[in-house]
Design a protein around this ligand. Structure first.
Ligand code: GDP
Length: 444
């Protein structure tokens, strides 16, 4: 399953790669293809519409992070929207209720309901060390009751003994009673299935629901049935109010639309995936993993995420750009000094900055410790705003005032001004190359 959708979307989005800027027309064309792919994958029309609109809205005019192509950016947006449509967070079965916790299993006959009941019981018993009781409520099909008994022996989980002639509600009540007396944590109630949704079935299951007040009502649906599974989910949710979905036969090669649609149509989480006939073929549902599988482009998503993390560096590069243009004033220097003290003092900092080794040599002998940093900051703090922005204003009398105000000497003020000039020059010089020397520092 999912292969078809993955291939289709993959092919479409590949076309977008390598383009310069992404126009509205580009996005629209891509979205037409995405729409077609989703419809072919049997995603419900209403879900496709909402999905495509959302992606389009997000993609047009999006700020494309440097170092990725616009196409890669769109892949990421499609991916994130897929994850969102699928439910964002993994949503495991909840047992947060007073024991014994009733879990009602519902679904059509042949969907894999009984098998899934045993799979979940096994998982709760082994992984979560819960004492589990299973009961079959399928009064019309003795074979179904036998099947659960067999599975119970296989997964080593207790199954409520069969009593002939009882109704589904009576069996459910008996199961709850037995669980209370026996100190069970969980009761799994496997309801009867029909080949199609019918009123008698819904009424019976609704009765059981009322009698047992289940903590989870899990719909088991066959992924291979595509759009039918979506309609089934809608019908069961309307009639009973389900709390989650288990999608079975995800191991088959059906179309991937069911998962997307079911979540979107019912608003209920897909909790687990059935991936085979064996009792351990049960997987946690992860929206991220499924979206990645649908797109088959996890690497691109990771790439865009990494690139986005570099945006901070871009801010720093902007600061460096300012310096290159000779707009590096004493206020900027004050900011840099602050950063330096935060990042382990000037000496340590300078060794990290390309091009700063020379500066360091020039300043050899100077006291490159934190007390120097503090004094330099005090000097700048003693200046007026216009002095900080225009160091040329600083003639002798002003320097004297600043030295007195900061508890330093005029020579020190001069040394700071000289350092500022030199830094500004070095910036300008380096600026002719690539990124500014402070680009790696992270902007304040
Ligand atoms: P029920 O009528 O809904 O209770 O369905 P069953 O539990 O009897 O399952 C019907 C058939 O589907 C059985 O042969 C199961 O082994 C098979 N089945 C159930 N779940 C899966 C699954 O996730 N993958 C595959 N391949 N087969 C499954």
């Amino acid at each position: 399953m999912f292969e078809t959708l993955q291939d289709r979307l993959g092919g479409i989005l590949d076309k977008l790669r390598g383009r310069g800027a992404l126009s509205e027309a580009d996005v629209s064309e891509a979205m037409r293809e995405v729409r077609r792919a989703l419809l072919e994958a049997d995603v419900a029309l209403e879900v496709v519409r909402t999905f495509v609109d959302k992606v389009k809205e997000r993609a047009v005019g999006v700020e494309v992070v440097k170092s990725v192509t616009p196409g890669q950016m769109v892949v990421k947006i499609v991916h994130d929207t897929l994850v969102e449509t699928l439910g964002s967070e993994a949503d495991p079965i909840s047992l947060a209720a007073a024991a014994p916790v009733p879990i009602l299993m519902v679904g059509l006959q042949g969907s894999g309901k009984t098998t899934t009941t045993a799979k979940i019981a096994r998982r709760l018993a082994t992984r979560e060390k819960r004492k589990v009781l299973m009961a079959s409520l399928d009064t019309r099909r003795p074979a179904a009751m036998e099947q659960l008994a067999t599975l119970g022996r296989q997964v080593e989980v207790e199954v409520l003994p069969i009593v002939a002639g009882q109704s589904a509600v009576q069996i459910a009540n008996r199961a709850m009673q037995a669980a209370r007396l026996g100190g069970y944590d969980v009761v799994m109630l496997d309801t009867a299935g029909r080949t199609t949704v019918d009123e008698a079935l819904m009424a019976e299951v609704a009765d059981v629901r009322r009698a047992t007040n289940p903590h989870e009502v899990l719909l088991v649906a066959d992924a291979l049935t595509g759009q039918d599974a979506v309609n089934t989910a809608r019908a069961f949710d309307t009639a009973l109010g389900i709390t989650g979905i288990v999608l079975t036969r995800v191991d088959g090669d059906g179309r991937g639309g069911a998962a997307l649609s079911m979540r979107a149509v019912t608003g209920k989480p897909i909790k687990l995936l059935g991936t085979g006939e064996k009792v351990d073929a049960l997987e946690d549902f992860s929206p991220q993993r499924l979206a990645g599988r649908i797109l088959g482009m996890g690497d691109v998503v990771a790439l865009v995420e990494r690139a986005a993390a570099e945006i901070d560096h871009e801010k720093a590069a902007q600061a460096a750009e300012k310096m290159r243009k000779g707009q590096f004033d004493l206020e900027d220097l004050r900011g840099q000094l602050d950063q330096m003290s935060r990042m382990g003092g000037m000496s340590g900092m300078m060794s990290l900055m390309p091009g700063m080794a020379q500066m360091k040599k020039q300043m050899a002998g100077a006291n490159l410790d934190d007390s120097l940093l503090k004094r330099q900051k005090a000097i700048i703090d003693s200046m007026t705003r216009s002095e900080r922005r225009n160091p040329d204003l600083l003639k002798a009398s002003r320097k004297k005032r600043i030295a007195a105000g900061s508890g330093t000497k005029v020579e020190e003020v001069n040394r700071l001004l000289k350092m500022h000039r030199q830094m500004a020059d070095v910036m300008k010089m380096l600026g002719k190359g690539k990124r500014g020397p402070l680009a790696g520092l992270g902007a304040a």
